[in-house]
Design a protein around this ligand. Sequence first.
Ligand SMILES: Nc1ncnc2c1ncn2[C@@H]1O[C@H](COP(=O)(O)OP(=O)(O)OP(=O)(O)O)[C@@H](O)[C@H]1O
Length: 565
Amino acid sequence: MENNNNSNQSLESYGIEDWLVGNLNEISVTGLFPVQQEIVPFISRAEGHDICVCAPTGSGKTLAYAIPLVQKIVKRVVRRIRVVVIVPTHDLVIQVEKTFQSIIKGTDLIVQSLGVKPFHVEQKLLVKNHSYGEHALYESLVDIIVSTPGRLVDHINETQGFTLKYLNYLVIDEADRLLRQSFQDWLEIVIDSTNNLNNDIGNSNNNFIKYNEKGNIEINELPINIIRDNNNQENHLCWSEFKLVKLLLSATMTYNPSKISLLQLNAPLFFTTSKTKEIKYTMPSTLKESYIITNPDQKPLVLLNIIYETLKNDSNKKIICFTKSVDITHRLNSLLKLIGSVDNIKFTCEEYSSALSTTERSSLLNRFKSNEINVLICSDIMSRGMDISDIDVVINYNSPPNITLYVHRVGRTARAGKHGFSYTIIDKQEIRYYISMMKKAERSQTLHCLKWKPATYEKFESNYKLALNQMRLIYSKRKLNEEEIEENLLTEEAQNQNQNQDQDPQENEQDEEEDDDNSVNNSNKKLKFDNSSINSFGNDQESLIKLKQSLLEISKKKLKVNFNL
Ligand SMILES: Nc1ncnc2c1ncn2[C@@H]1O[C@H](COP(=O)(O)OP(=O)(O)OP(=O)(O)O)[C@@H](O)[C@H]1O
């Protein structure tokens, strides 16, 4: 699927109404991407089919479902919750809600994000209580909900009058991640709380779905029916009045029947952009993927050279660097802050991980989008779905633990048809695992192996060494006691690497960073790196003497500090 151009067909030719065309034009959408050209008309016409969509990162899956759903429910008479979109992180909740807000302008539709505001505040935004005496009467204040699984279940269980029984569409974005074991319990609760007409219609679906002599689906144009609900109100079900329709989307869709079966899919149709029959990981065609093999202690220098090569001609370029944990994200960012420039080219970096609150992450993204920051050091909470336009380079500081994570990480660049570059920095312990992972995903043909000579890094060595010593000192002063200290993460990291080497990359469904619903608040784990320590070591002569004396003091105490990133 070539994403690099919108179809030359007009939006109207896909049955998109004028008011929605106007809203789409305002967000610079004048045509549809390939996946949207398939999905938008299909959802607008077909009834009864559940849909699975597997399309590359950045191919426009969000609008592929938002456009037809909004156009359908805008005709509703009574406000009910008719669309629920479930995503794994609060950052994605905010992003998807913004997309819906931008295209419902001028209508009376209400979209509400869940999990971002305090629970009791959300309850007041969702339901109005008109109950009197023993008569319970609740009014829905929203039409569309965007939520993480955990918060949706909380409202189902605890918010009076909150109901999904009028739900027409359940969208599960990043479906493979959400269907993974640790999230599964939410699914049964959500499905059970929707209208159970599914079970009542039995095999009447067959009346819905007809196939013509060529074996293609005959689209059933179902009339809009008005039925009365138990409040004797005309509940204008603008959609398939018989059943809930489910949509699953991801760039790395799962086909594991044990996971999919829980969704009770009805005559599911599968849309993919993969050219071959079996499903492979389709990547954006505008992405150039490279890798560099180096020693573990040289990784920071390789990273500095990628930053240098990216910023030397245009310091406004944007770089995302993924690491494998919140702690390494923090330490790498602290080291880069101390370095601050590459061959006199200054750069500003910050860390983005679940150690920050949703609000802190949101404001960090705004600073990154406005070029106040040009390097973002991230844990994997950034890897799924996050859409930041014009990311030029994605760096894997560690080899991703599985191909799914690799696809989503590098998919932060080369979006919406733009060009992008990814670099994976591999050390000797990771190379076997990385190559086998890429071979299994049939990606090894497209990878470029970069060979940089040691002289390439000379211009960064002195700054790097100074910063490394400052880090050692700051960590030793703040954290270490008088005995011989081994950075616990070093042994944990070594254990991880041993584990990785034994596991098959495809099976290694090591969970990405947990979503916000379940993540432990990492700030108590995170080493608070107060900037005062950094600032106390300037680069002037006197500070260097102070630094050397302190390092001498440490060495006398035989404090062995292995500071490993
Ligand atoms: N038809 C279009 N014309 C122009 N831009 C579009 C169009 N559709 C989507 N976009 C833009 O493309 C970018 C990527 O869209 P989106 O985030 O929906 O991709 P995605 O397929 O969901 O990616 P991921 O798999 O990473 O979640 C967004 O900035 C979106 O605004």
